[in-house]
Design a protein around this ligand. Structure first.
Ligand code: NAD
Length: 421
């Protein structure tokens, strides 16, 4: 089971946010415990044989945090240091995110403790297939439906689907076992970009409420992976000036605005932020201290801490990453009146379009990019406005209003299903 949550860990942040919400909603202690704890935590050892006949050992996890509203939904994180506690925290976040964005899913997450950059793509496929075979009975349209997260991509989801249909002796899977697949094998158009696009829809809606013109605003983005790159490209397209972008390889700064499509092309061709010529290189930590209007943490958890929060000058923080802000930092940010669009709202576009992929596959439909993008824009904007109104009516931060709505929905579903097994 989960050990005591280390300070600033994802589990610590998730638990803190839930505890505060349970107090506001006055949940009974026993009922609170029922919603708080993960329903199921699976840990297994994989022993795939990779190139040069090398037998390796890889630890993998699946956590199904809650399924009151439907099958658990949440991505697969593949990083060298991921822990079961991290996965539990992320699974809990997914429970609130799916409830808030109003899709019929619960919350889950997987972890594969391995550095995907340390092996060839062929060896990564072997590891992904070993994970799928070992976890087959815990994955399925009515149980847990994974998707990409840090360190995993669309192609990995294609391999998962293939591995399952292969072992069942079918050409396709019976229903949707995994989302974020390549479009050619049952994926949905626009899924890869959905999280980053959704981040920008919530920022635009926030700017309208705060009377800010996007064309006048400067932006700093931490992370240039799936979420960060799309968010940077989309917000630049909308007229904002992206002045700083970081990835692990280095942090770029250009007060005149970074040419984001040129950077994306540079990285596509094998370059990195470290060798992109059209911007100054600054220290990683300096990104948070820049004079900018919008800060988008879209890299990893616990990046905004009590140390750097006092130095943040942005008017809006849009949490593209999961749990990027520690509870201590959140308090500082609230005192500074920075407008925070919390992760469970801000980055919910990915899981919303995963839901469209799930229904498309179940009903054998084919959606166009225009339909997907329209539904994404409508849902993200509407949910932002619902949370904003709730926050105003109840004098809450946007994070607290979002958590209240989400936890209350899960509580209602739990009661509606009945408390007996
Ligand atoms: P990714 O692996 O595609 O990209 C991560 C990026 O962050 C890379 O550019 C990496 O270099 C950078 N990075 C990591 N640590 C950093 C650091 N300390 N400083 C600067 N850059 C750093 O991952 P992703 O899928 O874009 O996910 C990013 C975050 O968004 C994660 O918290 C993930 O859980 C969350 N998220 C992802 C999705 C999705 O659909 N992919 C959906 C919701 C939330």
């Amino acid at each position: 089971m989960i050990k005591a949550a280390p300070k600033n860990s994802i589990w610590h942040t998730a638990l803190h946010n839930f505890e505060q919400t349970a107090k506001r909603l006055k949940l009974e202690p026993e009922f609170k415990m029922k919603i708080q704890g993960p329903r199921e935590m699976i840990e297994t050892q994989l022993n795939p044989i990779i190139s040069h006949n090398k037998l390796i050992q890889v630890t993998a996890f699946i956590v199904r945090h809650n399924y009151a509203l439907g099958p658990a939904k949440g991505g697969i994180r593949m990083t060298p240091d991921v822990t079961i506690d991290d996965i539990a925290g992320l699974a809990m976040e997914m429970t609130w995110k799916t409830a808030l964005i109003d899709v019929p899913f619960g919350g889950g997450k997987s972890g594969i403790r391995f550095d995907p950059k340390s092996v060839t793509i062929e060896d990564k496929e072997i590891i992904i297939r070993a994970f799928t075979r070992a976890m087959h009975r815990h994955i399925g349209p009515e149980i847990y439906v994974p998707a990409p997260d840090m360190g995993t991509t669309q192609s990995d989801m294609g391999h998962i689907r293939d591995c399952i249909s292969y072992s069942e002796g079918t050409a396709i899977t019976r229903g949707c076992y995994v989302t974020g697949k390549p479009v050619i094998v049952g994926g949905i158009v626009g899924r890869t970009e959905a999280t980053g696009r959704g981040v920008v829809h919530t920022i635009i809606a926030a700017c309208e409420k705060l009377n800010l013109d996007i064309n006048d605003l400067t932006v700093a983005v931490q992370g240039f992976g799936n979420v960060g790159s799309v968010a940077a490209l989309e917000i630049a397209k909308r007229g904002a000036k992206v002045i700083a972008i970081s990835e692990l390889a280095g942090t770029l700064y250009n007060p005149q605005g970074i040419n984001v499509p040129a950077l994306a092309e540079h990285i596509e061709k094998g370059g990195s932020t470290a060798d992109f010529p059209h911007a100054e290189k600054i220290e990683h930590h300096a990104l948070f201290e820049l004079d900018c209007d919008i800060l988008i943490p879209a890299a990893a958890q616990s990046q905004i801490t009590a140390e750097n929060a006092p130095k943040i000058k942005a008017k809006i923080i849009a949490e593209g990453a999961n749990a990027p802000t520690t509870p201590d930092a959140d308090e500082i940010i609230n005192q500074k009146n920075i407008f925070v669009i919390p992760d469970i709202l801000c980055n919910a576009g990915g899981v919303f379009v995963s839901y469209l992929e799930y229904t498309q596959e179940t009903q054998r439909e084919q959606w166009t990019l225009e339909e997907v993008n329209q539904r994404l824009a409508k849902r993200m904007t509407q949910r932002f406005l619902d949370v904003y109104q709730n926050a105003r009516e109840n004098q809450l931060t946007i994070r607290n209003a979002a958590m209240n709505i989400a936890v209350d929905r899960v509580a209602q579903a739990t009661i509606a299903r009945g408390l007996l097994p």
